[in-house]
Design a protein around this ligand. Structure first.
Ligand code: TRP
Length: 440
């Protein structure tokens, strides 16, 4: 058996997910999180939302809605790590480290940035960077930090995001080259074919920017209204219709089984009327969505529950991001020189009887001691993280990872029972970290 693959993806919290998002991203992600050989990391990209949306209420509401949607769709938050980007302070810290190794020339070629420049050019703006924030410009670096922070292997994304994953690989390689091998190079996992790109009300791709979406959990009456707005041609009931150029059929078949789809195909050949077909599509979708929508309606009115789920996810995510960031900080040369001197000094008694020189010597000695202790603590915590990494590797690459994991945990527990104070503490920490990692 292969080591577990880490799958990671984020959803920007600046809008309302629609049927297209459900089929293209949400549904496959929830399904993937059930696979035993995958560790999934799914998060609300609320820092990314600030790039597109500067209305605080929308950002806040969208975060809550999107979290509720994931939970209503049955994401198993014990298995998957489900968190909010802004609850992981190490992500923006890493983004800065990455910013410092990223070539500006590469950023100039980012599609999202270039599209805005092109638009300014089209409008003959004097300033080609008009209206472009540094957030938009640097957005691929923040995205790289999201991915590299958890050393994810596979990133399920839409086609428009492929370039960002390539940039992430480039940035990871530069960092590795400069500071040693710290990052895995991720790969984009793109849905093959266009089958899953759903059309919207007007027949163009369903997208918020076209204003043609059907929200995933629109109430039944709104869902009905929207379905009846879908554009069709002027063929009359009784006339033969082509299902393959019809948005109604496309949406229906994206949700229905093969047999159900065949039956509707026949109905088109038999000249089903548009009103009739719209009614059938509504009934079908409404039945399909109602159970999850009911859960959604319950969850969305329980922000405390949503928050507790997100905090649980944040704790799981930080169990990884904190030690990893510690390691990265040391790698770039950022670590404490003297430890937490300020706190220690405030408690110390003033020693008036010492001369200035004596005091200086004492202080220097103390500082050195603290620095050594601090450094040792840092090394120990790093060592611990490495050791657990190794154990995890052993477990994952063994023929029966579950049994291997249990065996190692049991071994640790026996050792702890027999060990002396200091060793006991270290073993205890190893056990705890390993347990955390194995269940996350
Ligand atoms: N940029 C992605 C989008 O707009 C969202 C996102 C942010 C993301 N960080 C990510 C996706 C990391 C995958 C991995 O769709």
């Amino acid at each position: 058996m292969q080591a577990k693959q880490r799958m990671l993806t984020g959803i920007t919290t600046s809008g309302t997910p629609h049927l297209g998002n459900y089929l293209g991203a949400l549904k496959p992600a929830v399904a993937a999180s059930q696979q035993v050989d995958t560790d999934s990391f799914y998060f609300l990209a609320d820092y990314h939302a600030l790039i597109k949306c500067q209305d605080p209420q929308t950002v806040h509401r969208s975060g809550r809605e999107i979290a509720a949607i994931w939970l209503a769709l049955g994401l198993d938050t014990d298995k998957a790590t489900f968190y909010r980007q802004s609850d992981i302070p190490e992500i923006p810290q890493l983004a800065w480290f990455l910013t410092c190794v990223t070539a500006k020339g590469m950023m100039n070629r980012a599609h999202a940035y270039k599209a805005s420049v092109d638009e300014n050019q089209r409008q003959s703006s004097v300033d080609l960077d008009q209206g472009i924030s540094m957030g938009l410009y640097s957005y691929p670096i923040l995205m790289a930090a999201d991915i590299l922070m958890f050393n994810a292997h596979q990133i399920p994304v839409g086609k428009d995001q492929i370039q960002h994953i390539e940039m992430c690989r480039d940035i990871a390689m530069r960092f590795n080259h400069t500071y040693g091998e710290h990052f895995v190079l991720p790969e984009a996992l793109v849905d093959e074919g266009d089958a899953k790109v759903l059309s919207g009300l007007d027949g163009r791709k369903m997208s918020k920017s076209y204003g043609n979406i059907i929200p995933l959990f629109a109430p039944a009456d709104e869902l009905k209204k929207l379905i009846f707005q879908i554009t069709t041609n002027s063929l009359q009931p009784g006339e033969v219709k082509d299902p393959d150029t019809c948005t109604l059929f496309e949406i229906y078949s994206a949700f229905a089984s093969h047999e159900e789809t065949l039956a509707i195909r026949k109905a088109y050949a038999n000249g089903i009327g548009w009103g009739d077909m719209k009614g059938q599509l509504f009934e079908y979708l409404n039945d399909y969505l109602t159970p999850a929508r009911k859960r959604y309606d319950e969850i969305i009115t329980d922000p405390a529950y949503i928050e507790s789920e997100l905090q649980k996810g944040a704790a799981k995510a930080r169990a990884h991001s904190e030690p990893f960031m510690q390691r990265l900080r040391s790698a770039v040369g950022i670590m404490s020189l003297v430890g937490d001197l300020g706190a220690k000094q405030s408690g110390a008694k003033a020693k008036k009887e010492l001369t200035k020189e004596e005091q200086a010597k004492v202080d220097a000695g103390k500082a050195k001691g603290i620095a050594i202790a601090k450094q040792r603590a840092e090394q120990e915590s790093q060592q611990l993280a490495f050791e657990v990494d190794d154990l995890i590797n052993t477990i994952n690459t063994s023929s029966d990872p579950k049994a291997a994991g249990e065996e190692i945990l049991a071994g640790l527990r026996t050792q702890i029972d027999g060990a002396k104070k200091k060793a006991k503490k270290t073993l205890q920490q190893t056990l705890e970290l390993l347990e955390q990692r194995l269940t996350s």
